[in-house]
Design a protein around this ligand. Structure first.
Ligand code: 0RA
Length: 659
């Protein structure tokens, strides 16, 4: 019996051909791609239609068979695609559904159909992309049949028999078109995955997958639905409690949620709208999260699990740690947004989910206080960890203060940019720093004054070191980073010159600085870029002549030359000046000044004696001397008091730091 009364091709047939042609011309527009994904999308499309029947309450079983010839059969127990004459298309509704783009969903507006994304493009797309397709419909105890080649009917819909029994349904077999797809070999696991998912989402439906190519078969049926889904997702984790299940409906929008907390730290939430995995989330997810955070927080406060005066607030993030959840909603007219059209946009769904989850979850918590306690405790731990993480991030952020983009304010930088020709003086004390700034050649000499004892902490770990302001300034000024990302090639100066007072404190600070370079910027030392300035210890003046002595030996020689026929006598111990006096005690001839600190030199003197490359002496630090400094540092800063005291006595002038 032919159901289609018209054999003539009307204008509508031409439209059908045009439609199918469009699909074949640009298949990716309809199924995403023509690779494995697109191929399996064909099966998903048909299966989704069968599941739509289940959502409408008319189907409880879907069988998918991967046939030996490479075709695929999808059989369901739905109502069967209608076969009566379509009022406007004037042919069998079955043919319309199979050949007209997007015709499938237009029959039944009151069901939860999918739309948007790659879902719900219609079985006509599968038909258009199949070498052949055969459909069998069981309805009213009659079996109807139609066959197509690349979407075009071979003949009209016809009845091929009758059946006894209660089950109506649809059976579609199709062979993907080899001229369209890069591969036409179905993968059992890929198909199984979607079927398993659908079986979890639709607990009343049995999903059966048979592979005729190798005889394997799998049946998916989960009476526990989403509860089973959550257990499955947490198979490798240790749950803290049994899954919480929430179900409700508002404004024709059924909401189903199952979730549990495990001892893990990750969040594992899957959301669905009309059985479509909304990977990008959307309003249903937001509604769930809002309800979860609010309800759990309320419960925690009401039951004294968070103290009134405690500073802890549990945020949404804290309630997500270790959470595994499946959210499934059914929406009559879903709007899909986002990059991959997998984000639910319907704003009303947020408050629907929020209300249902909020109400039912508070009931659950009241009835299950031990579970509630476990969840709150877990979230409190998450909050603590979050605080710790914040501090760690802060430190990392503070490390930015160490890059050369944030040059320290007290650095007087040089004007030329070429590291080869630039040098930095790291100067002890602000007054010496001031003299150095005034005395320097600002074109190539930079001055960084540092205060007192840098880092008089115990053997410092890097994080401690980094907390020190002076150290931060040094790292930033040098600009080569620190720790793992230290890169000596980025150093902004070719010479790093340590300039400290010629007293015990100065030596101490120099030791600390050397130790810092030795431990944290060793390569600068091996590259020979670290130097120690040599300020004079004495100034010897006779008449208009001024000479500087850099050590006692030198002083002796100068004095020998100067005094020849003079007597030298200490004038005043306070001034620490030794002055030649005549018989009446008046100063005459030679004047010796002992510099206690760099600050006692005026800028011009500092330039002349210590900074002018033409006249100065600077000592290059080598690894041995730096290592010695490191040892000294250990001795000075270590726990043992006696060696420290001994050391200070013995090395008052740090002879073994002789570099
Ligand atoms: C159009 C209308 C109706 C059902 C279907 C199509 C339908 C399509 C497929 C594809 C695979 N299995 C299917 N089952 C049904 C509604 C039928 C009615 O109202 O009776």
């Amino acid at each position: 019996m032919s159901v289609n009364n018209s054999n003539d091709y009307s204008a509508k047939n031409i439209n059908v051909l045009k439609g199918l042609e469009a699909v074949r011309k640009r298949p990716a527009m309809y199924i995403g791609d023509v690779g494995t994904r697109g191929l399996h999308h064909l099966i998903n499309e048909v299966v989704d239609n069968s599941i739509d029947e289940a959502l409408a309450g008319f189907n409880d079983r879907v069988i998918v068979i991967l046939n030996k010839d490479g075709s695929c059969t999808v059989e369901d127990r739905g109502r069967g695609i209608p076969v009566d004459i379509h009022p406007t298309e004037k042919k069998s509704a079955l043919e319309v559904v199979m050949t007209v783009l997007h015709a499938g969903g237009k029959f039944d507006k009151s069901s939860y159909k999918v739309s948007g994304g790659l879902h719900g493009v219609g079985v006509s797309v599968v038909n258009a992309l199949s070498e052949w397709l055969k459909v069998e419909v069981r309805r009213d105890n009659k079996i109807y049949f139609q066959e197509y080649r690349r979407g075009v009917p071979v003949e009209n819909v016809k009845q091929i028999g009758t059946y006894k029994g209660e089950h109506t349904g649809t059976k579609i077999t199709f062979l993907p078109d080899k001229t369209i797809f890069k591969t036409t070999k179905f993968n059992f696991e890929t198909v199984a995955e979607r079927m398993r998912e659908l079986a979890y989402l639709n607990k009343d439906v049995t999903m059966i997958l048979k592979d005729e190519r190798d005889g394997s078969e799998e049946t998916f049926r989960f009476k526990g639905g989403l509860i089973d889904f959550v257990k499955y997702l947490d198979e490798q984790r240790t749950p803290l409690h049994k899954p919480i299940y929430i179900e409700g409906e508002r404004d024709n929008t059924p909401v189903e949620v199952a979730f549990e907390y495990s001892d893990s730290f990750s969040e594992n939430v899957h959301t669905y709208v009309n059985n479509i995995n909304t990977i990008e989330g959307g309003t249903h997810l937001i509604g769930f999260r809002t309800a979860l955070t609010r309800t759990l927080n309320n419960y925690a406060y009401k039951n004294g699990l968070i103290k009134e005066n405690s500073k802890i607030t549990l945020t949404g993030d804290d309630f997500r740690e270790g959470l595994t959840a499946v959210i499934s909603v059914k929406v009559l007219e879903p709007q899909f947004e986002g990059q991959t059209k997998t984000k639910l946009g319907n704003s009303e769904v947020k408050s629907i989910v929020e209300t249902i989850v909020g109400e039912k979850l508070s009931e659950y918590l009241e009835e299950n206080p031990s579970v509630a306690r476990k969840i709150i405790e877990k979230s409190l731990k998450a909050a603590e960890a979050r605080e710790a993480a914040r501090k760690a991030r802060e430190l990392v952020r503070r490390k930015n203060a160490l890059d050369s983009l944030h040059l320290p304010g007290k650095l007087a930088d040089c004007s030329i940019n070429d590291p080869e020709h630039c040098e930095i003086y790291i100067v002890e004390g602000d007054s010496a720093g001031g003299s150095a700034k005034q005395g320097r050649d600002r074109r190539f000499q930079a001055i960084l004054p540092i205060k007192g004892k840098i880092l008089n902490v115990e053997k410092a770990k890097l994080n401690k070191v980094l907390e020190n302001q002076e150290i931060q300034a040094i790292i930033a000024a040098i600009g080569a980073g620190i720790g793992e990302d230290f890169d000596p090639s980025k150093a902004r100066y070719g010479k790093i010159i340590l300039m400290t007072d010629a007293d015990v404190d100065g030596s101490h600070i120099r030791t600390l600085l050397l130790t810092f370079f030795y431990r944290h910027m060793k390569e600068l030392i091996t590259m020979g870029k670290v130097y120690i300035a040599q300020p004079p210890l004495y100034k010897v003046k006779k008449g208009k002549e001024e000479v500087y002595a850099y050590d006692d030996e030198e002083l002796e020689q100068i004095l020998k030359r100067f005094k020849a026929d003079s007597k030298i006598k200490t004038k005043s111990p306070e001034s620490n000046e030794e002055v030649e006096v005549d018989e009446e005690g008046h100063p005459k001839g030679i004047v010796i000044t002992r510099y206690k600190g760099l600050g006692e030199m005026n800028p011009e003197q500092l330039w002349q004696t210590t900074m002018n490359p033409e006249t100065r002496t600077i000592l290059q630090v080598n690894l041995e001397s730096a290592a010695a400094a490191d040892k000294i540092f250990e001795t000075l800063m270590g726990d043992a008091v006696e060696p420290r005291r001994e050391f200070i006595e013995k090395h008052a002038k740090y002879a073994n730091l002789d570099v």
